[in-house]
Write a protein that binds this ligand. Structure first.
Ligand code: M6R
Length: 616
C-alpha cells in the first residue's frame, strides 16, 4: 500500500509540485517509509528521500525543483526492497525519458528484469517497480506516445498495480493505469489530478471520477480521457466528494480503526499475492534460510506480544497439524528472561506488526545468541526486527495507524498459514495437491471476511445495547481460544471494560464462578462440521446459560443448534476449522470499536497505550 498523486495544470509554475506535496501529506497514512516527487519539462528532475515526508520537504526547501506544468509523487510502504533513497519512487528509466510511481506488486518482475538484461539494461534498485520504467521507456521510443506506451507496458505486467507516469517529452500530460489497486481522478478548473484516493486532491477539488479495473487515464490541464487496456474509450460518471479533508484520509470512516477493519479483505489478499508458482506449489522467496536447515528443525517457538502473540497461538494449531512439528508460543518478554531450551534445530518465529517492539526484539537477539534461526513475520519493511532476523516473511497489510491491531492480525495469521503450508510441502508432510487445496481455501477468505464486515450494523446495534456493561467474558476452544483472548483484549484496550478470554474447557475449573445473572458471555463456536468440538462448546454454552448468563454466539451460517441456547447469534460464513479465526475475530473487532465509540472514547488512541512499544 502506497500513496500516489499526479497533477497537470495550464501554467508553468511551482504549483505542480506544491499540489503534489500537499496530496502526499494527506496520503502519508498509506505509507511513510520514503517519499519522492518528479517534474517533467524537458529533462525529468526528481527528488526522493528515505524516511517520513518531512525529509523530502526539507530537501526540497534547500533544493527546489524547477517550475513545471505536470508532476507526480509517491509516499511508499515498501514491499520489494528496503526503505532507502534509491528504492523510493519515482523510478526513472535507463534513458531518463520517463519516470513512474507505483502502488502494488509486479509479480513477474524477475522475468521482466531478465528481458531488460538481455538488452543491456540493468536495474539499479531492489524494487519491482523499476522494470516498469525501463519497459515504458522502450515502448515510448517505439510509439512516440506516452499513453500508448503505457497501454503496451501494462499488457506485460502481472500482479496488482496503479502506475502513474510522466515523460520529459510530454510536459502537458500525466498518464495512469489501474489493475487491482485504487485510482481516482480529480477534476479541477484548468487543472486535473490523479490519486490513490480522493484525499490526494480533496484540498483542491470535490469533483472526481472513479477509475474502473484495467483502465488507463490520460490527464491534461483541460481533458481527461479514459480507455481500457485494450484501447477502447470509456465514459465514466463524475461524482462529488462529500468528505472533508480529514475524513478523506480515513477513507470516509470516522476512525482509522474502522477503516482498517474494512481493509482486512485486502490485507489478507495482498499477503497471499504472488506466493504460488506456475506449477501450483507454494513459494516463499523471502525465506532466506536454507531448505536443509528448515527440513532439520525439530521445534518452533513463536515469540510475540499482545495481538501478535494471539496470531502465534492460531499458528500453533495450524503448523502442528500440517507439519507435525511441536510449536510453543511464548510472550517475548517471558521468553527473554527465563532459560528457554533452544538449539540450532529450533526455529524461532517472531511475529510483529511494527517490527520495533522492544520485548520481541530482545527475544530475537536472545534466540540468535542461543544458536536458533529466527524468522520474523513483520508488516513494517526495514524495521529493526526485520533487519536483525535471519529471514523475513512480510505481511502486506499496509500501514496500521490505529493503536488497536486489526488488519495486521489477520495478515499475521495468513502469513503463519503460508509458513505452515510451506514447511509441510518442504518436509513432505503434505502432498502438493493437499497444499493447493488449502491455498484455494485461503484465497476464498478475503470474500468471507468482506461478508462478515457487510453485517456490521447488527454488531453495532448489539454494542449499543451493551454500552453500560462492566464485564464481558469470551470463550472458545481450539483456534477459537486465541480469538476469545483477542476479543477480550480489544474490549479492554478500546472500551476500558473488564474482559477476560478463556479456553471454554477451563470454565469449570474456576472462571464459571464469575457467571451470574445477566453476565454477557461471548462464545466463538466452531464449525458443526467438527461435531465433537462443536458439541463440547455447546455444552459450555448451556453451562453458563443455566447460571443466567447472556449468551452471545459467533457461529456459522446454518448452525441451528446454537440458536436454541443463545440470546444473540452473529453469523459468519462456513469456513474450514483452522481458518476460522480470520472470520470469527471480525465481529469482535467491530463490537469493541462500536462500544468504545458509543462511550465517546478515542478509538484510535486509547489511553495509556502506544502503537509501537519500544521499551521493555
Ligand atoms: O508491533 P507489534 O505487533 O509487535 O505489537 C505487539 C503488541 O504491542 C500489539 O499487538 C498490541 O497488543 C495491540 N495494540 C493490540 O491491539
Amino acid at each position: 500500500m502506497c500513496g500516489i498523486v499526479g497533477y497537470v495544470g495550464g501554467e508553468t509554475s511551482t504549483r505542480a509540485v506544491d499540489v503534489v506535496l500537499e496530496g502526499l501529506s494527506r496520503l502519508e497514512y498509506r505509507g511513510y517509509d520514503s517519499a519522492g516527487v518528479a517534474v517533467g519539462p524537458g529533462m525529468i528532475t526528481q527528488t526522493k528521500k528515505a524516511g517520513k515526508l518531512q525529509n523530502l520537504l526539507d530537501d526540497l526547501e534547500a533544493n527546489p525543483l524547477p517550475a513545471s506544468r505536470n508532476s507526480i509523487g509517491h509516499t511508499r510502504w515498501a514491499t520489494h526492497g528496503g526503505p532507502t533513497d534509491e528504492n523510493a519512487h519515482p523510478h526513472l528509466s535507463f534513458d531518463g525519458a520517463v519516470t513512474v510511481v507505483h502502488n502494488g506488486i509486479i509479480e513477474n518482475f524477475f522475468d521482466l528484469a531478465r528481458q531488460l538484461e538481455e538488452q543491456g539494461i540493468t536495474r539499479v534498485t531492489q524494487t519491482d517497480t523499476e522494470v516498469v520504467a525501463h519497459h515504458l521507456a522502450l515502448r515510448l521510443k517505439e510509439t512516440g506516445d506516452l499513453t500508448e506506451a503505457l497501454r503496451e507496458t501494462v499488457g506485460e505486467l502481472e500482479g496488482s498495480f496503479t502506475i502513474v507516469a510522466l515523460a520529459g517529452s510530454e510536459p502537458d500530460r500525466v498518464v495512469a493505469a489501474r489493475r487491482n489497486s485504487p485510482l481516482v481522478v480529480g477534476l479541477g478548473d484548468g487543472e486535473n489530478f490523479v490519486g490513490s484516493d480522493v484525499a490526494a486532491f480533496v484540498g483542491q477539488t470535490k469533483r472526481a471520477i472513479e477509475m474502473g479495473q484495467d483502465e488507463i487515464v490520460t490527464i491534461t490541464a483541460t481533458t481527461v480521457e479514459i480507455q481500457t487496456f485494450e484501447g477502447e474509450t470509456v465514459e465514466r460518471e463524475e461524482f462529488t466528494v462529500d468528505w472533508n479533508a480529514d475524513a478523506a484520509v480515513k477513507g470516509g470512516f470516522d476512525t482509522f480503526m474502522e477503516k482498517e477493519i474494512h481493509d482486512q479483505p485486502t490485507a489478507v489478499r495482498d499477503t497471499l499475492l504472488g506466493r504460488m508458482s506456475e506449477t501450483g506449489s507454494l513459494m516463499l522467496d523471502e525465506l532466506r534460510i536454507e531448505e536443509s536447515i528448515l527440513k532439520r528443525i525439530d521445534k518452533i517457538i513463536v515469540v510475540a506480544c499482545g495481538t501478535a502473540a494471539y496470531a502465534g497461538h492460531v499458528a500453533k494449531y495450524a503448523i502442528e497439524h500440517w507439519c507435525r512439528i511441536p510449536v510453543e508460543v511464548e510472550l517475548a518478554h517471558e521468553f527473554r528472561y527465563r532459560d528457554p531450551v533452544v538449539s540450532e534445530k529450533t526455529l524461532v518465529v517472531a511475529i510483529t506488526q511494527s517490527g520495533e517492539t522492544m520485548d520481541t526484539l530482545m527475544a530475537v537477539r536472545h534466540a540468535r545468541d542461543q544458536g536458533a534461526k529466527v524468522l520474523a513475520i513483520v508488516n513494517a519493511h526495514g524495521s529493526t526486527i526485520a533487519r536483525e532476523s535471519d529471514a523475513v516473511l512480510y505481511t502486506h497489510a499496509g500501514p496500521e495507524v490505529a493503536v488497536a491491531s486489526t488488519k495486521a492480525f489477520v495478515a499475521q495469521i495468513t502469513a503463519t498459514y503460508l509458513l505452515g503450508l510451506y514447511l509441510a510441502q518442504l518436509r513432505g508432510n503434505k502432498y502438493s495437491d493437499e497444499v493447493l487445496t488449502y491455498l484455494e481455501e485461503l484465497m476464498a477468505m478475503p470474500d468471507k471476511i468482506a461478508d462478515v464486515i457487510a453485517r456490521e450494523d447488527e454488531v453495532k446495534e448489539l454494542a449499543r445495547s451493551m454500552k453500560d456493561v462492566t464485564s464481558v467474558l469470551f470463550l472458545g476452544r481450539h483456534v477459537g481460544y486465541p480469538v476469545a483472548l483477542e476479543g477480550a483484549l480489544k474490549l479492554k484496550e478500546l472500551a476500558y471494560i473488564h474482559a477476560e478470554g478463556f479456553a471454554a474447557g477451563e470454565l469449570k475449573h474456576g472462571p464459571i464462578a464469575l457467571v451470574e445473572e445477566g453476565q454477557p458471555v461471548f462464545f466463538i463456536v466452531p464449525t458443526p462440521r467438527r461435531p465433537l468440538l462443536h458439541a463440547k462448546v455447546l455444552s459450555n454454552v448451556q453451562e453458563v446459560k443455566a447460571r443466567g448468563a447472556r449468551v452471545l454466539c459467533i457461529a456459522e451460517e446454518g448452525d441451528d443448534a446454537v440458536a436454541e441456547f443463545a440470546d444473540h447469534v452473529l453469523r459468519i460464513p462456513e469456513t474450514p476449522t483452522l481458518l476460522h479465526p480470520l472470520v470469527s475475530v471480525v465481529p469482535l473487532q467491530i463490537f469493541a470499536c462500536a462500544l468504545a465509540g458509543e462511550k465517546g472514547l478515542d478509538v484510535d488512541k486509547p489511553r495509556n497505550l502506544a502503537k509501537s512499544v519500544t521499551v521493555e
